[in-house]
Design a protein around this ligand. Sequence first.
Ligand code: PLP
Length: 467
Amino acid sequence: MSISTSSRTDELLSLARKRLILNFADHGALASTPFPVIDRGEGCYVIDTDGKRYIDGISGLFCSNLGHSHGRELGAAAAAQMDRLPFSTLWSYAHPKAIELADKVATLAPDGIEHVFFTSGGSESVEAAWKLARQYHALNGEPQRRKAIARKVAYHGTSLGALSFTGIPPYRHPFEPLAVPTHHVSNTRRYGHPLAADETAFTASLVSELEEAIEFEGPDQVAIFIAEPVQNAGGALPPPAGYWQAVIEVCHRHGILVVSDEVICAYGRLGEWFGGDRYDYVPDLISTAKGLTSAHFSMGALLVHERVAQPFLQGRGMYAHGITFGGHPVGCAVALANLHILEREAVLENVRANETYFRESLERLRAIPLVGDVRGAGYFWSLELVADAQSGAALPADDCDWLLKELLSDALLDRGLICRTDDRGDPCVQLAPPLVADRGVLDEIVSILEASLTEADAAYRNRARQP
Ligand SMILES: Cc1ncc(COP(=O)(O)O)c(C=O)c1O
């Protein structure tokens, strides 16, 4: 990579290599290659220690929904709360900010979702959903419901409970056997599917696979089905028409609770507050995090449907779960300020106003033979890469590694775009710009993609011609 390295950056890189264990990182490769050290942010951009600007095309990690220019206002909310009450728990006590935030989130949520349990992040929200579901079933006389159904290639977190639901074998294998017996069914990737042209038949085949999985595992043994409104890993996979409604019907017929994992999708990513607003469904539980504070505080929330909360609220049993920092007053103050800004600045409206424009701009990249599919919703998109878009031939594994990791990620970074080249499922370039991005930023993203993909395409064809 051709990032410049000043002496300050060199010092930081060497200290980072000495001290930091990075998330999901190839430390072997990073030992000899400079990587960006991000120092500050400005709107939809981040700037490294050498002053190089990048578009934050992935919103940090699908979480900096407001971008990077509201730190002062959110910081003031945090400072005021620290001055008043830096910490208090929700362990049989409460504090005003948690009460206000729970009320705000429940008011924004789909009808029937009335209760909120706070966590410190996404994996914790997913685990909180699992534990609540288990106890809900036990309180209803069904303690034997100990299994889950999730989807292939989906990412639901890495703590041991959440990892059980994650359907990415290399993340799971080192830690098996996992805590929750989980059956993984097909996700909603339509590209290349034999029923791709018939959406109704595609939905029906997915739902019938789910029903078969339920039958196989034992309908009275399954506690939850968990899935994202639009699945991230595998490349922004939206549901086909009727999918969520049919999934909920099947699950409820068998007494299974439906968890909509909206750690990425909630709070505006799809141009709506929640996935159910976009796709017209009401799940039993919604796990959220990231966008709740636009990443200005580490915080999540599990949202609970009235009927699922009732056994606990009526005192039939105690929800045997708690997290020291769940509902941290400073986090709640930041989250309230974040939601206020999202409303004041009509941020969701911005996403809705630009979604079609963004999609159409990305669609133009289909002219590059490497680009097989363009899919997503709101400000959450993926380009699936193939060897040849016309035939749909997949990229061979070796080429894929080289293309994504060596060529494309460097080309994009060099041109000043941080996005994600992902090979957890089929190879994709993932995009999730801050929800405040205007058409100028979206144009810049697409033009960097176009130049980088055109270059990668030429290099790929050149390589294929080599003996
Ligand atoms: C859908 C989904 N669920 C759960 C998680 C886990 O969240 P966290 O990394 O905050 O624990 C993620 C993280 O990206 C996610 O995308």
